[in-house]
Design a protein around this ligand. Sequence first.
Ligand SMILES: CC(C)(COP(=O)(O)OP(=O)(O)OC[C@H]1O[C@@H](n2cnc3c(N)ncnc32)[C@H](O)[C@@H]1OP(=O)(O)O)[C@@H](O)C(=O)NCCC(=O)NCCS
Length: 213
Amino acid sequence: MTPPVEERLPTADARPVPTALVGRQTVLRPYTAGFTEAELERLYRWACDADLVQLTSGMPLDVSFEAFKAMFEASAARHSASRDALFAILRADGGLIGRAGLFGVDRQDGSAELGVVIGDRRAWNRGLGREVAALLVRHAFDTLGRDTVTLRTYPDNVRARRAFAAAGFRVVGERRRFTLDRGLHTEVEMRVRRGDVPPSASTAGDPRRFPPA
Ligand SMILES: CC(C)(COP(=O)(O)OP(=O)(O)OC[C@H]1O[C@@H](n2cnc3c(N)ncnc32)[C@H](O)[C@@H]1OP(=O)(O)O)[C@@H](O)C(=O)NCCC(=O)NCCS
């Protein structure tokens, strides 16, 4: 299995450079590299998009951009890198298309939970989601020492299920849950174990394709 190409990324304000995960079509830039104002505006639009948010078990935001920015920056400051590994998803040309992360990477049982949201609908169905999932899974196993990565999605989110299946995830169960936005509903649990990643999920990219900041 080829490990993901990792590369040093310059940050907007020249702080110490974190490591990015580089795939063929996407680059995962750690949250610690920061966000430009234009990127924050995109995140804000997606956070207010009710159709998008309902795919990820959340409530759409109904606050101003300034309020969003304050909330986002405060939560980023509280964020613990030892617990969660959060990334902005960039296209190979550098444009922000979404965000993704591994949660609970400090769990004693060797597990972690994966989440991916490609907010830019124009980027759907082009194989980017499966690449992002595969990059994160490899990062979880090879760098963070995880043994399993799990995610939850909705039975009718076929796009997500197929993309995650292509990255090696298998359905391991269903459960009933109650949330304020969805009420009582069913969630599908998918999991990939170390050693289960199919060769077709290879993501190694050419670092030279990553554009200068
Ligand atoms: C889910 C998500 C990450 C997938 O990323 P993506 O880049 O769109 O997915 P991919 O292109 O890698 O794969 C999409 C697959 O779904 C299939 N698909 C898409 N729409 C479909 C439909 N209506 N019926 C059947 N299959 C469909 C595609 O054909 C492709 O499968 P295949 O290559 O095996 O044929 C992305 O669409 C997204 O972020 N969506 C919004 C938020 C979300 O749902 N997040 C997941 C929450 S758990």
